[in-house]
Design a binder for this molecule. Structure first.
Ligand SMILES: Cc1cc2nc3c(=O)[nH]c(=O)nc-3n(C[C@H](O)[C@H](O)[C@H](O)COP(=O)(O)OP(=O)(O)OC[C@H]3O[C@@H](n4cnc5c(N)ncnc54)[C@H](O)[C@@H]3O)c2cc1C
Length: 508
């Protein structure tokens, strides 16, 4: 007898496993099929306020009480102290000129700190994926999903009504049938290869290469630059970015002593430093950035370097008859601005609603179109950031665009006014979207002060976080006053905003 499931999910990363739990909660039979085994290393670690709000929303909607504590640093530490996690109070950016030391100046030039939360308790997190993904996979099993790991699938067969999946695993052959096939196996993954799908590209996006590892003994930036004492948050308790001509670097710190760090580089720089020899390339990049070299002076790489070239990927088709890609299987752009989890969770949210709505083919096709539209908009944003990577003022303006749209979306959702923030980066607000596209187009072409002015005008209708304010000298704290003053942009009263802030723990 071949077992039959309503849904088969290929890949048990956090996204596949979480979707399995949601489908189980909606009464569907699910099989989760993994090629490798947990715990396993995987990259992609930093969450955002929108991602965490989506975690909360999914936990509540699908009665997954074990999920909710992951939405904040405080509840995570209290509930799951043994699952590796990093404290993320916001985003820190430092611009470097090749060959020069980075130095702190009283006007905070060449830096941008944007707080996403006022305290550690309700801060965002970095997910130590070996622990986190293992937990989610185990939870999917506890929620009733069938699970098979070390399973090597061959091409799926569609008989006009259902899929036949077959392959091998250490204990012998594997076979099952399913009506719906969901690919959560990542970029250039299972269905991409076996359905011979086309790979396209993001219009206007540069060719980039990724180079990364996990480290110990990475010095804290503020230990090398003590002037950050009065900053909105310690810049290391954040997604810390160093950006420079030709690329940027991320540094994410976990509470288990591990630090995730890596570079995303334009192709010409990757070629120049020779990323095919990763250790040497890493050292050459540090040599170009003397202050970053100081930060890594005692660092030890805990695993071999990973290289991904090309880093970006976009499928031509995100869904078809009886199948769909989760967002990361449909496309990946770049780690800049930590958009991956939010995009994945939006895709999971859509599929949750699709299951609730009776799982019809038209609905699945809509989910696929939305996924590609979200990815394309994100790629436009990050392409604009790459064009101004070496111009700190213009880079900050592009960052303001992103953070204004993201903070507005999150707050609108929290206030139950999702209709004000349709689509990732508000891409379905026609006037805003047209203006943001004009800003993207201007990045790298207009002088920085002109771009700054254009961005300030564009975000005016959604700027609830007080961004793009020269008086703040590039240090943005999370303060209630900004939200209260701009309550009208959310069609809310100051009282409603206060109640929302109390509910989120903002004042505790
Ligand atoms: C360098 C880099 C940095 C990133 N940083 C961030 C960040 O800071 N913040 C953020 O939000 N996002 C980030 N991302 C994106 C993030 O990694 C993804 O959004 C996230 O990993 C998606 O999780 P997933 O569960 O969909 O896929 P994955 O975590 O990739 O899991 C896919 C699973 O599928 C399995 N699999 C693969 N092929 C098969 C097969 N044929 N059969 C069965 N199983 C298979 C794999 O073994 C794996 O377990 C980053 C991505 C990269 C490349």
């Amino acid at each position: 007898m071949t077992a039959h499931f309503d849904i088969a999910i290929i890949g048990s990363g956090f996204a596949g496993s979480l979707l399995a739990s949601i489908a189980r909660s909606l009464g569907k039979s699910v099989i989760l099929i993994e090629r490798g085994e947990h715990p396993r290393f995987t990259i992609g670690e930093s969450s955002t306020p929108l991602a965490n709000l989506l975690i909360e929303t999914l936990a509540d909607r699908y009665q997954l009480p074990w999920l909710r504590p992951f939405s904040k640093w405080g509840t995570w530490q209290a509930t799951y102290p043994n699952i590796g996690c990093g404290l993320k109070r916001g985003f820190s950016f430092f611009h470097h000129k090749a060959g020069h030391n980075w130095s702190f100046d009283p006007y905070h030039n060449h830096q941008l700190l944007v707080a996403a939360s006022p305290s550690d308790a309700i801060a965002d997190t970095h997910w130590h994926r070996p622990d986190f993904d293992l937990f989610l996979q185990s939870q999917a099993v506890a929620d009733g999903a069938e699970y098979t790991d070390k399973t090597n699938l061959s091409a799926p067969m569609w008989d006009g009504n259902s899929w036949l999946l077959s392959g091998t695993r250490p204990s012998g052959n594997f076979q099952c049938r399913t009506r719906w096939l969901i690919d959560a196996s990542g970029p250039r993954g299972y269905l991409h290869r076996h359905l011979n799908l086309t790979e396209t590209s993001f219009a206007g996006f540069p060719n980039t290469v990724g180079l990364w590892s996990h480290f110990s003994n990475v010095h804290r930036w503020e230990s090398l630059h003590p002037q950050f004492q009065g900053a909105p948050f310690p810049p290391d308790d954040a997604a810390l970015h160093h950006h420079f001509d030709g690329g940027w670097m991320w540094i994410l710190r976990f509470n288990n002593g591990i630090v995730s760090a890596g570079f995303a580089l334009k192709e010409h720089l990757a070629t120049e430093v020779g990323t095919h020899q990763p250790e040497q390339a890493w050292q050459k990049l540090l040599n170009r950035l003397p202050s970053v070299r100081a930060q890594f002076s005692d660092a030890l790489s805990l695993r071999p370097f990973s290289i991904q070239a090309p880093l970006a990927f976009r499928t031509g088709e995100a869904s078809g008859k009886g199948w769909i890609h989760l967002p990361t299987a449909a496309g990946f752009i770049d780690p800049l601005f930590s958009t991956g989890f939010a995009l994945s969770l939006l895709g999971i949210e859509r599929l949750g609603r699709w299951i609730e709505g009776g799982m019809n083919p038209e609905g699945l096709a809509d989910c696929g179109r939305e996924t590609l539209a979200d990815l394309d908009t994100t790629a436009d944003l990050i392409a604009a950031a790459y064009r101004v990577m070496n111009d700190p003022d213009a880079f900050q303006s592009v960052t303001h665009l992103y953070l204004a749209a993201a903070s507005y979306s999150e707050t609108a959702r929290r206030l139950d006014r999702s209709h004000l923030a349709p689509g990732f980066l508000l891409r379905k607000r026609p006037r805003f979207y047209a203006n943001i596209q004009r800003c993207f187009a201007a990045a790298g072409h207009s002088p920085a002060p002109v771009l700054a002015h254009q961005v300030a005008e564009t975000i005016d209708e959604v700027n609830i976080a007080g961004l793009a304010d020269p008086a703040k000298l590039n240090w943005y704290r999370a303060v209630a006053a900004d939200l209260l003053t701009h309550a009208h942009l959310l069609e809310a009263t100051p009282t409603e905003i206060s109640e929302m802030l109390i509910k989120t723990g903002f004042f505790s």
